[in-house]
Design a protein around this ligand. Structure first.
Ligand code: ADP
Ligand code: MG
Length: 352
């Protein structure tokens, strides 16, 4: 599925390193005024004025973090950027630049890398960040992508994991479990395809979840939304490894406990439907699934009226004292202790 074998492809080796970098990066234009100099010298130059600079990096390895048998390279490029921007947004900051480093084996053609960079280009365009550098090297096997994101924020806007206070409300953006259920569908179709390469699956009824898995978006909108509401979040983290694991990180960093309510956790109807099909509990998918790239944050109780009823913000619980532990109240009123693996122990999949 990676390459159509009938169309001749350009071997990367035929280009040379500089021609390759030039070909991959020539269409990227500098848009952000903080980018003084991008690609083409030994280092990029960034000027953030009075703002603080935030830096986050991630490494994605073929076979560990992505599977090219069902991941189009364009989507992979887009997702690799989203994963990093999400970390900047989780600090309540604005993303301004990225660097992208790749290690590629000779299995990949020039056309394949151009697809990857098309996805990176789209992500940069949609999220208004500049590609300002990277590194290109060969790998003996497979594809490795490392993205570094740079962002800016006013010192007192930056939101860490450790700022939550007892009684704060816990809020999650969007909905959860979609990316995980999308992955289940894709893995199933891959297994079917291996047995019967002629199969032409109709995946339209799974489209929301598949998109959540293959082409996620990150929450660029939340910083401005909270600012409009006059809310300063007290602590924030992005949901890359599942709600359960992330709320534990936030609680432990803040030296507090937490109590969330199962029936407040936002789940899309398509997730519910696919969970039924796969005989997976909805809540398990939502709190353990991972890769949703939503934000989890805490606010003062006095801000309740400002967020109440907002379609993108779900109030799922509150912070308690540390001795109370990390708990979820189920729909039946039972109290269950949250762990990094969630509450009924589905395997915690490889995070990013
Ligand atoms: P150096 O030898 O100084 O590391 P390189 O030849 O690796 O420089 O890179 C030349 C320029 O191209 C630099 O500005 C670098 O940041 C940029 N660059 C290299 N590889 C990539 C890539 N895969 N994506 C984006 N920019 C890249
Ligand atoms: Mg280099």
């Amino acid at each position: 599925m990676l390459e159509n074998k009938n169309i001749p492809k350009t071997p990367i080796a035929s280009l040379g390193e500089f021609a390759l970098i030039e070909a991959l990066t020539k269409s990227f234009e500098i848009k952000d005024s903080s980018t003084q100099f991008g690609i083409g010298d030994d280092a990029a130059v960034v000027q953030h004025g009075k703002d603080e600079t935030l830096i986050s990096t991630d490494l994605l390895i073929e076979g560990v973090h992505f599977d090219l048998s069902y991941t189009p390279l364009k989507h992979l490029g887009y997702k690799a950027v989203m994963v990093n921007l999400s970390d900047i947004f989780a600090m309540n900051a604005v993303a301004t630049q990225i660097t992208v480093s790749i290690a590629v084996s000779n299995r990949f053609s020039m056309e394949a890398l151009e697809e990857l960079y098309l996805g990176i280009y789209l992500a940069c365009k949609n999220y208004k960040v500049d590609l300002v550098g990277g590194d290109t090297t060969s790998s003996s096997k497979g594809l490795i992508i490392s993205v570094t994101a740079i962002g800016k924020a006013n010192k007192d806007e930056i939101t860490f994991r450790n700022g939550a206070k007892k009684g704060n409300l816990v809020i999650v953006t969007g909905d959860l479990g979609g990316a995980y259920m999308g992955l289940q569908v894709l893995e199933r179709e891959k297994a079917v395809f291996q047995v019967n390469p002629q199969s032409q699956p109709d995946l339209s009824e799974y489209s929301y979840c598949i998109e959540r898995q293959l082409k996620p978006e990150s929450r660029i909108d939340i910083k401005a939304l909270l600012k409009d509401f006059g809310i300063k979040p007290t602590a924030m983290i992005d949901i890359s490894d599942g709600l359960s694991s992330e709320i534990l990180h936030l609680s432990k960093a803040s030296k507090l406990g937490c109590q969330i309510y199962e029936d407040k956790i936002p789940i899309d109807p398509e997730v519910v439907k696919i969970c039924e099909e796969f005989k997976i509990n909805n809540t398990t998918a939502a709190i353990n699934g991972g890769e949703d790239y939503e934000l989890l944050f805490t606010i003062e109780q006095s801000d309740f009226e400002k967020v109440k009823g907002h379609p993108d913000l779900s109030i799922i619980g509150h912070m308690t004292d540390e001795a109370s532990g990390y708990n979820m109240i189920t729909g039946l009123g039972q109290q269950i202790e949250l762990s990094a693996q969630g509450w009924n122990g589905i395997e915690n999949k490889e995070g990013n």
